[in-house]
Design a protein around this ligand. Structure first.
Ligand SMILES: NC(=O)C1=CN([C@@H]2O[C@H](COP(=O)(O)OP(=O)(O)OC[C@H]3O[C@@H](n4cnc5c(N)ncnc54)[C@H](OP(=O)(O)O)[C@@H]3O)[C@@H](O)[C@H]2O)C=CC1
Ligand SMILES: CC(C)CCC[C@@H](C)[C@H]1CC[C@H]2C3=C(CC[C@]12C)[C@@]1(C)CCC(=O)C[C@@H]1CC3
Length: 326
C-alpha cells in the first residue's frame, strides 16, 4: 500500500531535503503532498524533486500556516484528494526580525556555557520581534504552532482510522526552552523569545496529542534538526552575506567536534525526520525529542533526548489552544 505524506514548509531548507530523502528511500511507494504558502516556490520544489525522481507522485497544496482560513481551505482540499494520511510533517516555521546580541555571544564564548550556547542558541544571544496577523494572533505562535494544530484538527477524519496508524512529526528545536513559555501567555505576546516559546509549545502539544489520540491510532513525535544553514539561519545575521557563512564552514566543522548538533546541511538536518518515518510509532517515546546529529567525521545518526516537559502543563496548553480555535 502506498503511503500518503504531507509536508508543510516543503519549498526549501529541511522540508525540501526531507522530501528528497523520502523519495530516495522509496521512489515508487509514496504519495507526497507539498503544503507551501508560495505557489511558485512550491512548483519549483516539485520540479526539482521530479528531476531526480521522474516517476514519483508529488502534488501541491497552497497553505499559509499563519492564516486560519488558508489552513482550513487547504485541509478541505487534502480531504477531498485523499481518504487517509499516513504521515503529517509539521515543519513550516519562521523566526522573523531576529536580534543577535553580540555582547551576550562574547560573554558566552568565555564562559562554561559555551557548548550549550552553540548547541541551542540560548544564553540570551537571540531574541525576536513578533507581529500580529490579520486573525489577531501572534505570527510566530500562529505559523509554528497554532496553524499546525488547526491542520491536525481539520485532518482528524483522515488521520484516525480503525486498524491503521498515522504519525505526526514536528520540527521543533534545541532552542525550545521552558523558561520562554508561560501558560498565562501561550502566544508569547509579552516576552522577547517568541520563537523559543513556540517551539517549547510544540514539545508540550505533541505530548498532549499522544495522551488524547494514541487510542485512535494517531501518534505524535518531536524532532530537532540541529543547527542547519537555511534561509532561517541566514536571516539571523542579515548583515552577514551568505559567502561569509561559507567562509565560516571550516570553523563550524571544528565546532561539530564539540557538539554533534552542528548538522549544518538540510540533508543532515532531515536525518531524524526520515528516521521516524522508518519506525513503528508504538515503539517511540512520547517524552523524547529525536535529534538529528552529525559526528565530527560527518556520520549522520538520530539521538533520542528526554524533553523537559510536564504532563499537566501539556494538558493546560491543549485546552488553551482548543479554546483559541473555537
Ligand atoms: N535551520 C535551523 O537551524 C533550524 C530550523 N528549525 C526548524 O526547521 C523548520 C524548517 O526551517 P528551515 O528549513 O531551517 O528554514 P527555511 O526558511 O528554509 O524553511 C521554512 C519553510 O517554512 C515555510 N513557511 C514559513 N512560513 C510559512 C507559512 N506561514 N505558511 C506555510 N509555510 C511557511 C517556508 O516557506 P517559504 O519558502 O514560502 O518561505 C519554508 O518552506 C522550521 O520549523 C524551523 O523552526 C529548527 C531548528 C534549527
Ligand atoms: C562566528 C559567529 C558569527 C558564529 C555565530 C553563530 C551563531 C549565529 C549560531 C550558533 C548556534 C546557532 C543556533 C541557531 C542560530 C544561529 C546560532 C545562534 C538556532 C537558534 C537557529 C534556530 C533553531 O531552531 C536552533 C538553532 C540552534 C543553534
Amino acid at each position: 500500500m502506498t503511503k500518503v505524506i504531507l509536508v508543510t514548509g516543503a519549498s526549501s531548507g529541511i522540508g525540501l531535503a526531507l522530501c528528497e530523502r523520502l523519495l530516495s528511500h522509496d521512489p515508487e511507494g509514496l504519495q507526497l503532498c507539498l503544503a507551501c504558502r508560495d505557489v511558485q516556490r512550491a512548483r519549483d520544489a516539485r520540479a526539482a524533486l521530479l528531476a531526480s525522481h521522474p516517476t514519483a507522485h508529488v502534488t501541491l497544496v497552497q497553505m499559509d500556516t499563519s492564516s486560519v482560513s488558508s489552513v482550513i481551505g487547504a485541509a478541505q482540499e487534502v480531504k477531498r484528494r485523499y481518504n487517509r494520511l499516513d504521515f503529517l510533517y509539521l515543519n513550516a516555521g519562521i523566526m522573523p526580525n531576529p536580534h543577535f546580541d553580540v555582547k551576550a555571544f562574547f560573554r558566552g564564548l568565555f564562559s562554561s556555557r559555551i557548548v550549550t550556547m552553540f548547541a541551542t542558541g540560548g544564553g540570551g544571544i537571540l531574541t525576536q520581534e513578533d507581529r500580529v496577523t490579520a486573525d489577531g494572533l501572534q505570527e510566530i505562535f500562529m505559523t509554528n504552532l497554532f496553524g499546525h494544530f488547526l491542520l491536525i484538527r481539520e485532518l482528524e477524519p483522515i488521520l484516525c482510522h480503525a486498524g491503521l496508524t498515522s504519525q505526526l512529526i514536528w520540527t521543533s528545536s534545541s532552542n525550545a526552552h521552558p523558561s520562554a513559555f508561560s501558560v498565562d501567555d501561550i502566544q508569547h505576546r509579552r516576552g522577547t523569545q517568541p520563537y523559543s516559546s513556540s517551539k517549547y509549545a510544540c514539545d508540550l502539544l505533541s505530548l498532549a496529542l499522544n495522551t488524547h489520540y494514541n487510542k485512535q491510532g494517531l501518534y505524535s513525535s518531536v524532532t530537532c534538526p540541529g543547527f542547519v544553514m537555511t534561509s532561517l539561519t541566514y536571516g539571523i545575521l542579515p548583515f552577514f552575506p551568505p559567502f561569509l557563512w561559507t567562509l565560516l564552514m571550516p570553523l563550524f566543522w571544528l565546532i561539530r567536534i564539540l557538539t554533534n548538533t552542528f548538522t549544518l546541511t538540510p540533508y543532515n538536518g532531515a536525518e531524524a525526520l526520515l528516521w521516524l518515518f522508518k519506525q513503528q510509532p508504538e515503539s517511540l517515546d512520547p517524552q523524547a525529542k529525536y535529534q538529528s546529529s552529525t559526528s565530527g567525521l560527518g556520520k549522520n545518526y538520530t539521538q533520542p533526548r528526554k524533553m523537559d516537559v510536564d504532563l499537566h502543563m501539556s494538558e493546560v496548553l491543549i485546552l488553551s489552544v482548543k479554546c483559541c480555535s473555537l
